[in-house]
Design a protein around this ligand. Structure first.
Ligand code: CTP
Ligand code: MG
Length: 181
């Protein structure tokens, strides 16, 4: 498989995990998941993790996976690249895992004394991808092993931080986010 094909497949399979966090930025607000509660004297998660952002972000990711499944036959015959079909469990696991990964990262950041919006380079760029992949592997192990070769995983681990940085800087420049990370 050519490097370009590998890159295209990496982006295709990860799109349902990439988009939820961006959708949450647009949809966020309202009641925080932790309900304002603290652990010690710091918030459990903080105001940046809301029910609305999490639920709508996940739904947008599921809808995107569904759309990619619909478009797949046309795109495959047009480009000749073997994009995989998302089974239902994975259509949910990718976006839900992405949102959970981001929530776990906020939990860890608060425990480390970092305020809402503080950056944690490395974790910020990969948390969502790692948990999205882990949850997908847990709910659909056969599918996961048939799709994710070591090469594809390496491409994903390289491409994800780059895309994350680029989209967040753009969201910041367009005034959608308070911080460029
Ligand atoms: N958001 C949300 N619910 C989520 C994730 C994000 O409502 N589960 C919204 C919030 O409005 C949040 C914004 O998207 O402020 C940006 O997300 P993110 O950068 O993940 O949150 P931060 O505000 O930076 O907070 P944290 O330090 O906890 O990451
Ligand atoms: Mg943030």
């Amino acid at each position: 498989m050519s490097p370009l094909e590998l890159l295209a497949i990496a982006v295709w399979v990860m799109l349902p995990a990439y988009v939820p966090n961006n959708a949450a930025v647009l949809a966020g607000g309202g009641r925080p998941i932790d309900g304002g509660r603290t652990l010690g004297d710091t918030r459990i998660l903080g105001d940046g993790k809301t029910w609305r952002g999490t639920i709508l972000g996940t739904l947008v990711g599921v809808a995107l996976a569904y759309l990619l499944n619909l478009l797949r036959p046309t795109v495959v015959s047009f480009l000749g690249i073997g994009f995989p079909v998302f089974p239902l469990a994975v259509m949910i696991a990718l976006p839900l895992g992405a949102m959970l990964g981001d929530i776990v990262a906020s939990f860890l950041k608060r425990r480390m004394g970092r305020k809402r919006g503080a950056a944690l380079p490395g974790l910020d760029q990969l948390d969502f991808a790692v948990v999205a992949l882990a949850l997908s592997a847990a709910v659909a192990p056969g599918w996961f092993l048939s799709v994710f070769t070591v090469g594809l995983l390496v491409v994903i681990l390289v491409v994800t931080p780059i895309l994350h940085v680029v989209t967040n800087v753009l969201a910041y420049l367009f005034g959608l986010k308070h911080e460029p990370w």
